[in-house]
Design a protein around this ligand. Structure first.
Ligand SMILES: NC(=O)C1=CN([C@@H]2O[C@H](COP(=O)(O)OP(=O)(O)OC[C@H]3O[C@@H](n4cnc5c(N)ncnc54)[C@H](OP(=O)(O)O)[C@@H]3O)[C@@H](O)[C@H]2O)C=CC1
Ligand SMILES: Nc1nc2c(ncn2[C@@H]2O[C@H](COP(=O)(O)O)[C@@H](O)[C@H]2O)c(=O)[nH]1
Length: 327
């Protein structure tokens, strides 16, 4: 890898505008057989998504991935989404029970449209075996595999049959992998996305470290087809995390999938819990994200996401924000 940088080190360089209004810019993206309104998916974490939010997102034309932390509810979830005419997008792990689960779905003709293999260290034989197992029993399902942080990993998972790979080891807001293990893409996640995307022959999902809406455009510039976001989606009215009040202000909990709060034990903890300010309705954030991304597209001199993929950029090491915040 030649240059190392992260989101805050990059500014995209504007090209001549070809639209009269930002509303002409199209933020939609195709992943597998379906087209979605935004190249954004809320993280498949228990404080970010539940069944109600999955329905809201799917009905609104947004991509979603249900988490895997209530495993027994998954068949009913798939049935319910399909009975509503909506896509069914679930997560699996790699432990022994999950093999039987996949076989049972096939036996019951319950075919998820998307299956995400969600483990911390995705460059592993365990994930390769699970990709092959899913492809054998549920060949119609679109398989997203992760998480990884290197081109070798992307190639191996693609060769095993993954339809997309998810990039990001440790850049997440509630992640402590980098501190506990010394490994990961934290601090250079955007460069890792670029490195992996260059090797990829299928879509890349950039996962973790997105702190502003502008980071979505930057991810697209460096090769992501989609981005997965946790913290920016935490704290909404609909978010499943517990609400607490402090000094008259409302906060909602956001915890890591490898935190002791998720695991119920202190073994191999690589995540923490935080409280984020209450943000109001989820739809307001989705709408603002879409408007901001439409604006990004207009600055890129095009009308669709593709225009962002080729814009020039400047590396401005640690100097963009100077402490600036949106609010
Ligand atoms: N994107 C990221 O940076 C990270 C995300 N996470 C999230 O936390 C959740 C839990 O992840 P995970 O612990 O993988 O899931 P699981 O607890 O389901 O573990 C999956 C399996 O992989 C094994 N395993 C886990 N980590 C490693 C490793 N580093 N080396 C070898 N084997 C390993 C586990 O065994 P054993 O426990 O005995 O080792 C277990 O058999 C997921 O939702 C994941 O996305 C967690 C950390 C980093
Ligand atoms: N190292 C850990 N990473 C985790 C954990 N739980 C989730 N995650 C990852 O974070 C992103 C979300 O990142 P954000 O910056 O947008 O908040 C999520 O999609 C997972 O990949 C964890 O416990 N440890």
């Amino acid at each position: 890898m030649d240059v190392v940088f992260d989101y805050e080190d990059i500014q995209l360089i504007p090209a001549k505008c070809i639209v009269d209004s930002r509303s002409e810019c199209d933020t939609s993206v195709k992943l597998g057989k379906h087209t979605f309104r935004l190249p954004v998916v809320p993280a498949n974490m228990q404080t970010i998504i539940d069944e109600k939010i999955a329905i809201q997102l799917a009905e609104g034309g947004y991509f979603y991935i249900m988490h895997r932390f209530d495993p027994a509810s998954r068949p009913a979830f798939i049935r319910d989404m399909h009975s509503r005419g909506l896509i069914a997008s679930i997560s699996v792990g790699v432990k022994e029970d999950e093999y039987g689960f996949v076989e049972q779905l096939a036996a019951d003709s319950l075919i998820p449209d998307y299956i995400t293999i969600d483990i911390a260290h995705g460059h592993s034989n365990a994930v390769i075996r699970m990709i092959q197992h899913i492809k054998k029993h549920l060949p119609e399902s679109f398989v997203i595999a992760g998480n990884v942080g290197t081109p070798e990993a992307v190639r191996e998972l693609e060769n095993a049959g993954a339809d997309a790979t998810k990039v990001g080891i440790g850049p997440g807001k509630v992640c402590i992998t980098k501190i506990k293990t010394g490994f990961g893409t934290g601090g250079w996640q955007l460069a890792a996305v670029r490195w992996c995307a260059k090797a990829a022959s299928k879509p890349i999902i950039a996962d973790g470290g997105i702190r502003t809406h502008g980071d979505i455009a930057k991810s697209v510039r460096f090769g992501a087809s989609m981005v997965m976001i946790g913290s920016l989606f935490a704290g909404h009215e609909e978010s499943p995390g517990q609400t607490v009040e402090r000094d008259g202000e409302q906060f909602k909990e956001y915890f890591g999938s490898a935190s002791e709060f998720q695991k119920g034990e202190k073994k191999n903890v690589e995540g923490k819990k935080m409280y984020v300010e209450y943000k109001g309705p989820l739809q307001d954030t989705l709408t603002e994200m879409e408007q901001d991304l439409q604006s990004s597209i207009s600055y890129s001199g095009g009308k669709s996401l593709d225009a962002i993929r080729t814009v020039d950029y400047a590396i401005v090491k640690n100097s963009i924000f100077n402490g600036d915040k949106v609010y």
